[in-house]
Design a protein around this ligand. Structure first.
Ligand SMILES: NC(=O)c1ccc[n+]([C@@H]2O[C@H](COP(=O)([O-])OP(=O)(O)OC[C@H]3O[C@@H](n4cnc5c(N)ncnc54)[C@H](OP(=O)(O)O)[C@@H]3O)[C@@H](O)[C@H]2O)c1
Length: 395
C-alpha cells in the first residue's frame, strides 16, 4: 500500500463549501459518533490539551470526487456513494427511522454526495426514508433511483419487467415526490424489459432530462451491446452492476465498453452483500421477513463455509497493512479504475467510517496482482442469483 491519501492539503472539502473542516486526534476509526462530541474534541485540541500535536488524525471522510460519464453526461460525485437499500430493506437489521436519518446525515457531513435507492426497495419504503433523511440537505447531495420492475397493487411481479414510457414516467414522479427533490441525479433502468426496446427507453429518458426531472441516466446489469444501443440515443452516465472479488463478469466486456464510450461504473453490492466484510459465517441467521440473502445460492451454509477462504485472503492481506477485509475489498474496486464509484450499504456508523477510509487507500500494481492471483486460485461456490434472477441479467 503506497499511502493513505491524507495529502488533501488542509482538508479543503470538495463541493459547495459545505463540509466541515475538522481535525481530530487519536485513534482514527474510534471517532466520536456525533458532531457534538466532535466539537468537544476540536475544542480540546484547540486548547492544546489531551492530544500530542504531531499526530493528528482526520475524521473518516471521503475527500475526493470522481466523474461518471463524459461530455453532457458527466456527473461529478463523491468517490464513494452510499447504498441506502439495507437501511430498511433486505439486509435483516433495520435501525429505527431516527437512527437511519442520523446515519445518512452523518454520511453527508463526511463528504458523501451520492445516495442510491430504488422504487423497488420496499416499494417506496426506502425512498420515503431517504426523502426524510435528505430533507434540508438536497442542495448538497444527489440521489439515484431506479425504474423498471413491474408492480401490481404494490406487489412485485417477479416474472415481468416494465420499462414502458408510461411506467418510467410514473416511477419518476413517485420518486421525485418520495425523495422531496425536483430532479433526480441519476435514474437507472433496474433490469431490461424484453417488451420495450432500449431505444424507446432511452428516448423517454431524453425527454425527462429535457423536462428537468432527471440530470442523468444509467442502466443496471446490461450487456455491452445494449449499452452501445442506448448510448447512441441518449448518452449514459453510469452502468450499475454487481462487481466485487467474487463476481468479476463485468471485466469481460462491460468495463471495456464503459471505458471506450466514457461511461462511469457503479459497482453494487461491493462487499458481496456483506460477505466480504468478514462478519457473516455459516451460522448467520438472516431475518426471514426482510433479507433476500437466504434465498441466494451463495449464501447457503455450505457455500458460505467454502467461500470463507476468500475472506481469509482479504484478512491475511489486510492484517499486515492494518486494514480490514471490507477496506481491502472496497479499495481494490476503487484502485481498478478511476471511473468506478462503489456504493456500499451499512446500518452502522463504525462501518460507514471504515468504508469511507477505504476511499483513501492506494494499492501498487503488484499488490493488486497479488490479491487477484490469490483470490483467483479459490473457486467461488454457489451462484450469485437464483435461476429467475439470473435470467434477467446481462441482457
Ligand atoms: N442495481 C441493482 O440491481 C442493485 C442490487 C443490489 C444492491 N444495489 C445497491 O447497492 C447497495 C449496496 O448493496 P448491498 O447492500 O446489497 O451490499 P453491500 O454494500 O455489499 O453490503 C451491505 C452489507 O454489508 C455490511 N457491511 C457494510 N460495511 C461493512 C463493513 N465495513 N464490515 C462488515 N460488514 C459491512 C452491512 O451490514 P451492517 O449494516 O451491519 O454494516 C450490510 O449488511 C444497495 O444499498 C443498493 O443501493 C443495487
Amino acid at each position: 500500500m503506497k499511502k493513505e491519501q491524507d495529502s488533501i492539503s488542509n482538508m479543503e472539502m470538495s463541493r459547495r463549501g459545505f463540509l466541515k473542516r475538522t481535525v481530530l486526534a487519536g485513534a482514527a476509526i474510534c471517532i466520536a459518533p456525533t458532531f457534538e462530541k466532535v466539537t468537544a474534541a476540536e475544542k480540546a485540541i484547540n486548547g492544546k490539551s489531551v492530544v500530542p500535536a504531531k499526530i493528528p488524525a482526520i475524521l473518516a471522510t471521503v475527500r475526493e470526487t470522481r466523474t461518471l460519464g463524459d461530455g453532457n453526461a458527466a456527473f461529478t460525485v463523491s468517490a464513494m456513494g452510499f447504498g441506502c437499500m439495507g437501511l430498511n430493506h433486505h439486509r435483516s437489521q433495520s435501525p429505527d427511522e431516527k437512527a437511519c436519518i442520523r446515519l445518512v446525515r452523518e454520511a453527508i457531513e463526511r463528504g458523501v454526495t451520492l445516495f442510491d435507492t430504488a422504487e423497488s426497495y420496499g416499494y417506496h419504503k426506502n425512498e420515503i426514508l431517504i426523502g426524510k433523511a435528505l430533507n434540508g440537505y438536497t442542495s448538497r447531495v444527489f440521489v439515484s433511483s431506479k425504474f423498471g420492475h413491474k408492480f401490481v397493487n404494490g406487489v412485485q411481479v417477479k416474472t415481468e419487467e416494465d420499462s414502458s414510457p408510461a411506467n418510467i414516467r410514473r416511477v419518476c414522479e413517485n420518486s421525485l415526490r418520495n425523495l422531496g427533490v425536483e430532479t433526480l441525479g441519476l435514474f437507472y433502468q433496474h433490469r431490461s424489459d424484453p417488451n420495450t426496446p432500449v431505444e424507446v427507453v432511452a428516448e423517454t429518458i431524453k425527454e425527462l432530462i429535457k423536462e428537468g426531472k432527471i440530470l442523468h441516466w444509467g442502466m443496471c446489469e446490461v450487456n455491452a451491446d445494449t449499452i452501445r444501443r442506448a448510448h447512441i440515443v441518449c448518452p449514459l452516465t453510469a452502468i450499475q452492476s454487481e462487481y466485487h472479488f467474487m463476481h468479476r463478469t463485468v471485466e469481460e466486456s462491460v468495463l471495456p465498453v464503459c471505458e471506450e464510450l466514457g461511461i462511469g461504473f457503479v459497482p453494487y453490492s461491493p462487499l458481496n452483500r456483506g460477505f466480504l466484510g468478514g462478519m457473516i459465517n455459516e451460522y448467520t441467521m438472516f431475518d426471514p421477513t426482510n433479507d433476500n440473502r437466504q434465498t441466494l445460492p451463495r449464501f447457503q451454509p455450505n457455500a458460505i463455509r467454502q467461500n470463507m477462504r476468500i475472506v481469509e485472503i482479504l484478512n491475511a492481506f489486510g492484517r499486515t497493512r492494518g486494514i480490514t477485509p471490507a477496506q481491502v475489498a472496497l479499495a481494490w474496486l476503487m484502485n481498478k479504475k478511476p471511473y468506478i464509484v462503489p456504493i456500499p450499504g451499512t446500518t452502522k456508523l463504525s462501518h460507514l467510517e471504515e468504508n469511507l477510509r477505504a476511499s483513501g487507500i492506494l494499492f501498487t500494481p503488484e499488490e493488486m496482482k497479488e490479491l487477484e492471483n490469490a483470490i483467483a486460485a479459490i473457486p467461488v461456490v454457489g451462484s450469485r442469483y437464483d435461476a429467475l434472477q439470473e435470467s434477467k441479467v446481462q441482457k
